[in-house]
Design a protein around this ligand. Structure first.
Ligand code: ZN
Ligand code: ZN
Length: 84
């Protein structure tokens, strides 16, 4: 058996251990409001689901600190990532 353990992670998967708690802190701070379009993201339905977005992407050296995190709705979040 090969004994090498590959630790392979893409940079954007380096989330902190408390990420789940942290994102809710950010949502609360932003009052569950999308910081781009202003809709309230307080539901689990897809279009109203809050997203915790990194203003400076982790892959570009951004951090998980409060001032680098913002609340976005699903739509704006996709736009920010160029998915639409
Ligand atoms: Zn939005
Ligand atoms: Zn994002």
């Amino acid at each position: 058996m090969c004994g090498i353990i590959m630790v392979y992670r893409r940079p954007n998967e380096k989330y902190p251990r408390n990420w789940n708690r942290l994102r809710f802190v950010i949502f609360k701070r932003d009052h569950y409001m999308c910081q781009i379009c202003g809709i309230k993201c307080d539901s689990e339905t897809l279009s109203r689901r809050p997203n915790c977005h990194h203003i400076i992407p982790i892959s570009k050296g951004g951090s998980h600190s409060w001032d680098n995190l913002t609340t976005l709705c699903d739509r704006c979040h996709r736009i920010m990532h160029g998915i639409i």
